[in-house]
Write a protein that binds this ligand. Structure first.
Ligand SMILES: *Cc1c(COP(=O)(O)O)cnc(C)c1O
Length: 377
């Protein structure tokens, strides 16, 4: 354990923004034995089926399909809706969200975010709808649940599909309902860096039972029968080694979230009073998973890059997550202007996500906060 070493050595250990959760090695190795016996390594094996059942339960959703990773899950969720035209989304997200739209031959239209919790600003949404709009892809960024009722209302009035990027909201509930129950579909990511991981992995949660067969076929090359291939699918299957990791990790995830909660509470108590620092408001309707610790350093008092650098000098590696905004990426900037989403542009210049994972010692949180507090004077 790093933290039992003396003070000098402590500083030499880099403090990273996250650290993947792993179960006890013996537990995972034990899970591998049936795979060796059956030689069933992938293609919807026993662990795949068991994990799917258990996650449906845990995520409190009616239907679920597993995927090799979250990005493929999102791409195939979008593909399953047979869409054409424009899709409204936000630029304050991971590249995956926009790429999934573009790789489906659809045109992203960027809606700005609100400056409260950085999710889609629903007041701007309706103004972006044209006769070409077919869907909305909002992001529950940092686990902050979007204004799902506002989005649903607009989507229903304009007959639009809603597919949530719920990569950050594993296990979250709104008013006791799984967050994946909103919209036509929601994508969850089980990447190594997320609250719950299957090494790489993901899922689509949905309500319409008819989508189940289509998603299953899409992730299996579009094959629909022994001698028939009806869709241009791809390989999106989660293998048995991933599913085994998921089954192991599911037993620890509540404990992981509890640990994160204590750390987030400590961060909050230390940072809340500092001038020019803004934290996301807690939503009393949401059972949070404490996935991230985003902090906004307001421009009139702080320079985010300076804080980033100061932390780095103390061997603390925060992340500029999300910077830059998607609409200023090299691959998109010719077609979009970052100024068109000014709130997203500003927040991305001001934000840092601080180190957070279950095994992070409370003393490390203090170290991070000490560096920030020092700079506030
Ligand atoms: C992690 C993530 C994804 C992609 O998930 P992968 O499992 O890494 O493919 C998509 N969107 C957001 C917001 C993410 O954080």
């Amino acid at each position: 354990m790093v933290w039992e070493k003396d003070e000098k050595e402590k500083r030499q250990e880099p403090l990273l923004v996250t650290r993947s959760f792993l179960p006890p090695l013996e537990e995972y190795v034990e899970m591998l034995k049936p795979i060796w016996d059956s030689r069933w390594l992938t293609n919807m094996g026993a662990y795949h089926e068991e994990l799917k059942k258990r996650l449906k339960d845990y995520l409190n959703v009616s239907e679920l399909e597993l995927f090799v990773n979250g990005h493929t899950a999102l791409e195939m969720a979008i593909q399953s809706m047979d869409l054409k035209g424009e899709v409204i989304t936000t630029p304050f997200t991971f590249s995956s969200t926009t790429h999934a739209i573009v790789r489906n031959g659809l045109t992203p239209v960027f809606c700005d975010i609100n400056s409260r919790d950085y999710t889609m600003d629903v007041n701007l949404l309706e103004g972006l709808i044209t006769e070409r709009t077919c869907a909305i892809v909002p992001v529950h960024v940092y686990g902050n649940v979007c204004d799902v009722e506002g989005i649903q209302d607009i989507a229903e009035r304009h007959h639009l599909k809603v597919i949530y990027d719920a990569a950050h909201t594993f296990g979250e509930e709104l008013d006791g309902k799984g967050v994946g129950q909103w919209g036509h579909a929601s994508m969850f990511s089980f990447h190594a860096t997320k609250v719950f991981n299957t090494i790489e992995g993901g899922a689509v949660a949905f309500g319409d039972k008819r989508l189940a067969a289509r998603l299953y076929q899409l992730k299996n090359f579009g094959i629909t029968g022994y001698e028939t291939v009806e869709y241009v699918g791809a390989n999106g299957k989660m293998n048995e080694f991933q599913a085994a990791m998921g089954l192991c990790n599911l037993g620890y995830v509540d404990q992981e979230i509890e640990k994160r909660k204590a750390l987030v509470m400590h961060y909050r108590s230390r940072l809340e009073g500092i001038k020019g620092i803004r934290l996301c408001p807690e939503n009393p309707r949401v059972r949070s998973n404490y996935a991230y610790m985003p902090v906004v350093f307001e421009e009139d008092r702080w320079n985010r890059d300076e804080i980033f650098q100061a932390l780095k000098e103390h061997n603390i590696f925060a992340r500029k997550y999300f910077y830059p905004c998607v609409n200023s990426y090299d691959c998109y900037k010719d077609r979009y202007r970052a100024q068109d989403t000014p709130v997203a542009a500003r927040i991305s210049r001001q934000i840092l996500t601080l180190p957070l994972y279950g095994d992070l010692p409370l003393e490390a949180v203090d170290q991070v906060c000490d560096v920030i507090e020092d700079r506030s004077r």
